[in-house]
Design a binder for this molecule. Structure first.
Ligand SMILES: C[S@@+](CC[C@H](N)C(=O)[O-])C[C@H]1O[C@@H](n2cnc3c(N)ncnc32)[C@H](O)[C@@H]1O
Length: 310
C-alpha cells in the first residue's frame, strides 16, 4: 500500500476540501465548525491570504506592530495562542453545563483588543452572535476599520456596562483580568454576573503563579529589552508575593504602565489564585472552576470559569 495512504492531510488540504464541500453563501462557521486547531489557525493566517473565499469572509489583519501592541504576538503565533484559548473557554463552558452549539447563543468578547479572540470564535459562532467590548476607543476603531463584522461596544473602566441584565450566555476575557486590580476585578465579576442570563458562563484568564518568578528572572537579565521593562518592575520581593499567592491572596502590582492613560491602580499585573476565585466569585456564581496554566497547557495563563445559578 502506498505510504501516502497513511499520511495525514495538511491543514491546507483539509480546509480546501471543506470549502469544496460547502455551498455558496455558507459562513465560516457553517464550513469550518469542527475543524482542528491546526486547520483553523491555517485558515486564519495563510488561508486568509491564499483563498479568496476566506479573504472575503475574514477581516483584514492589522500590521504586526499593532497586533503585538495588544498581545505581544502576531500572525500565526497570535492565532495559535487564541485557538488554544477559545478551545479551553468552550470546554469550560461545556463542563459547566452550557450548550455552546445552541443556535442564537449570545457571546461577549470582553477586552477584544484588535479582534484576535473575536475572529477565532468565528469557527463556532456566527459574527452576529458576538459582541466585542473594549475600554480603548482605538481598539474598537481597529476592529471597525478591519471589517471585523461584529457588534462593538465601548466599556467604561469601572461598571456598570450599558448591557441589559440577562442578555448574554457566554462571556470570555483573554488577558484582561490578568491586568485588573482587585477592586476592578471584583466590580466587573459582579457586573458580568448581572449581564449573564441564568445558567450563563463567564470565563477569564489570569497570570499564572509562575509569572511572579518569571518577573524575577527578567529583572536578573543584564540587558532588559524595552518591551520587558514593565514585567521586570512587577512583583519585586518575589518570595513574599509567592507566599501571598499560596495563602490564596489576590496578587496585583500596578508597577506596569504602558502610558495608555488608564486610571492609576486600575491596570497592572494580576496573579489570582484558585482559592481566591472560589471564595470571592462564589458570592455571584453557583459553580466556580479554576484551572492553572500548567494543568491545561494550552497557553501561559490560568483560567477561572463560573456559572450563574439557574
Ligand atoms: C492584553 S489585551 C488582550 C486583547 C485580546 N483579548 C486578545 O487576547 O487578543 C487587553 C485588552 O483588554 C482591554 N481592557 C482592559 N480593561 C478592560 C475592561 N475593564 N473591559 C474591557 N476591556 C478592557 C484593553 O484595552 C486591551 O485591549
Amino acid at each position: 500500500m502506498a505510504f501516502s495512504v497513511f499520511k495525514g492531510r495538511s491543514p491546507r488540504e483539509a480546509v480546501t476540501e471543506r470549502l469544496k464541500d460547502s455551498s455558496p453563501g455558507d459562513s465560516l462557521c457553517a464550513m469550518l465548525r469542527g475543524c482542528s486547531d491546526a486547520e483553523w489557525v491555517w485558515a486564519l493566517t495563510e488561508g486568509r491570504a491564499e483563498i479568496e473565499r476566506l479573504t472575503g469572509l475574514l477581516p483584514t489583519l492589522p500590521d504586526a506592530m499593532q497586533q503585538r501592541r495588544f498581545t505581544g504576538r502576531n500572525d500565526k503565533e497570535a492565532f495559535a495562542q487564541a485557538a488554544g484559548a477559545v478551545g479551553v473557554f468552550l470546554a469550560e463552558a461545556r463542563a459547566l453545563g452550557l450548550d455552546v452549539s445552541r443556535p442564537g447563543l449570545r457571546v461577549i468578547d470582553i477586552g477584544c483588543g484588535w479582534g484576535r479572540i473575536t475572529q477565532t470564535l468565528f469557527r463556532d459562532f456566527e459574527p452576529g452572535q458576538i459582541l466585542g467590548c473594549d475600554v480603548m476607543p482605538e481598539a474598537l476603531e481597529i476592529c471597525r476599520a478591519s471589517g471585523l463584522g461584529v457588534e462593538l461596544k465601548q466599556m467604561p473602566y469601572m461598571p456598570p456596562v450599558d448591557l441589559a441584565d440577562g442578555s448574554a450566555d457566554l462571556m470570555v476575557a483573554y488577558s484582561v483580568f490578568s491586568h485588573l486590580s482587585e477592586e476592578a476585578h471584583m466590580a466587573w465579576v459582579e457586573d458580568f454576573a448581572r449581564v449573564l442570563r441564568p445558567g450563563g458562563v463567564l470565563v477569564v484568564t489570569t497570570r499564572p503563579r509562575a509569572f511572579i518568578s518569571y518577573a524575577e528572572s527578567v529583572r536578573r537579565q543584564p540587558d532588559i529589552p524595552p518591551h520587558a521593562r514593565a514585567t521586570a518592575n512587577a512583583f519585586k520581593d518575589s518570595q513574599s508575593w509567592l507566599d501571598r499567592y499560596d495563602r490564596g491572596e489576590f496578587c496585583f502590582d500596578a508597577a506596569f504602565s504602558d502610558g495608555a492613560g488608564r486610571p492609576e491602580d486600575y491596570y497592572g499585573e494580576a496573579v489570582v489564585p484558585g482559592a481566591y476565585a472560589e471564595t470571592h466569585w462564589g458570592r455571584f456564581f453557583e459553580s466556580v472552576r479554576f484551572t492553572p496554566a500548567d494543568k491545561h497547557r494550552k497557553f501561559d495563563q490560568s483560567v477561572i470559569a463560573a456559572r450563574k445559578a439557574l
